[in-house]
Write a protein that binds this ligand. Structure first.
Ligand code: KG4
Ligand code: ZN
Length: 362
């Protein structure tokens, strides 16, 4: 008799920052299907303050989740009793915001007699690439570029992650947000800079690439630093302001966007080649940037590498990626998380396995 793998369906919640999200994801005959993907963005509310206000984020998650849960279940045509598990992001992120999703998820799971899976947010971003038509085959290298992280991660087999590069200060998305504020643009900075940059000259200003020195000599080839670039932008703006006249905002935006993309492309390609890998993946909020996508795509084909770009709608935070990560964990037979599992603002991705131990790590 032929073995037919069982269909598994997961209800997933994401509340780690400023997007409240609920999704229903199914794994059927080895294929992933997104049955519902609902998001309530709080971006406009935080924009008034120029960045995310943690207290407001928690309150808005609390208000949005009941409606999102109802919407996601209706859209998927499923009832909660038909789920195989409930998953929620438990780390890293804003503690109060994470708590809302985690407590809601654990309560639903416990009440309906379902297993609960606490998910590492970065593992979620990594899983977003599996929701494409032809997902990459491991091992592969991932450039994870979001508002909180800029990392190069080698993915091998089932949920095996090895960090090969990281930012020593700001994440790329954070740099976009801070530079946008400097230029008087709205939050979040990435889309605002991208919009203006279309009309600017990417070579108008010469900006630094932020290498990270190795105390033993030379540089860390796969690491990043964006704080020097941020300061260089500030100096440039001050210089232009002291000379009088209007700031050439499109040129400033384009030069900044271009240098960030160049740095990300150079180090990702080098790392992929040095690791003798054939496939490179980009995920996370900044991966939505069209210039970065185009430059990475050109560099990948020049170097004979296969490039996998996360779908634009799944680059920024969503629950579809959390549900996908949960299904991968169910497939790898880790079991489930303890109902005692809390939340943590920080936790290494390499230790994500500990979220499924009988004794919760936090
Ligand atoms: O992945 P994400 O939604 O949240 C985190 O996990 O951090 O990423 C949000 C970040 C913000 O810093 C935002 O400015 C940036 O991603 N971002 C972009 C673009 N869209 C969002 N950066 C550059 N270009 C974009 N189109
Ligand atoms: Zn994220």
């Amino acid at each position: 008799m032929r073995y037919i793998p069982k269909t598994k369906t997961v209800l997933a919640l994401e509340t780690s920052c400023d997007e409240s999200a609920v999704a229903v994801v199914r794994l059927e005959q080895g294929r992933l299907r997104l049955l519902a993907n609902c998001i309530a963005s709080q971006v406009e509310e935080h924009a008034k303050w120029g960045g995310v206000v943690p207290e407001i984020a928690s309150r808005r998650h609390l208000e949005a989740l009941p409606f999102l849960l109802e919407e996601a279940l209706t859209e998927s045509g499923q009832s909660i009793e038909e789920m195989d598990a409930v998953a929620a992001t438990v780390t890293p992120g804003l503690a109060g915001a994470l708590l809302v999703g985690s407590v809601t998820g654990r309560t639903l799971a416990n009440f309906h007699g379902l297993p609960f899976l606490g998910i590492h947010h970065l593992e979620g971003h990594l899983a977003s690439i599996l929701l494409t038509e032809s997902p990459p085959k491991s091992p592969y290298l991932v450039l994870l570029v979001s508002g909180g992280h800029t990392e190069l991660i080698r993915v091998a087999g089932d949920c095996q992650f090895q960090r090969l590069g990281r930012s020593h200060d700001d994440a790329a998305g954070e740099a976009f947000d801070k530079v946008a504020r400097l230029l008087g643009l709205s939050y979040p900075g990435g889309p605002a800079i991208e919009k203006l940059a279309k009309f600017g000259n990417p070579k108008a200003f010469s900006l630094p690439k932020g290498k990270v020195s190795n105390p033993k000599g030379g540089y860390y080839p796969y690491d990043f630093s964006f704080s020097g670039l941020k300061t260089a932008m500030l100096r440039q703006v001050q210089l232009l302001q002291s000379a009088g006249g209007e700031l050439p905002l499109p040129d400033l935006a384009a030069s900044f966007e271009n240098i960030v993309a160049e740095v990300l492309v150079e180090r990702s390609i080098r790392c992929t080649l040095d690791q003798s890998l054939n496939s490179l993946v980009i995920v996370g909020g900044v991966a939505a940037n069209k210039r970065l996508r185009q430059m990475m795509s050109d560099a990948a084909s020049l170097n004979g590498l296969e490039l996998h770009l996360a779908p634009q709608a799944l680059c920024t935070d969503n629950a579809a990626m959390i549900g996908t990560a949960a299904l991968m964990r169910l497939e790898s037979k880790v079991g489930s998380s303890s109902f005692q599992l809390g939340v943590s603002p920080r936790w290494p991705l390499e230790q994500a396995d500990s979220l499924y131990l009988p004794k919760a790590p936090f």
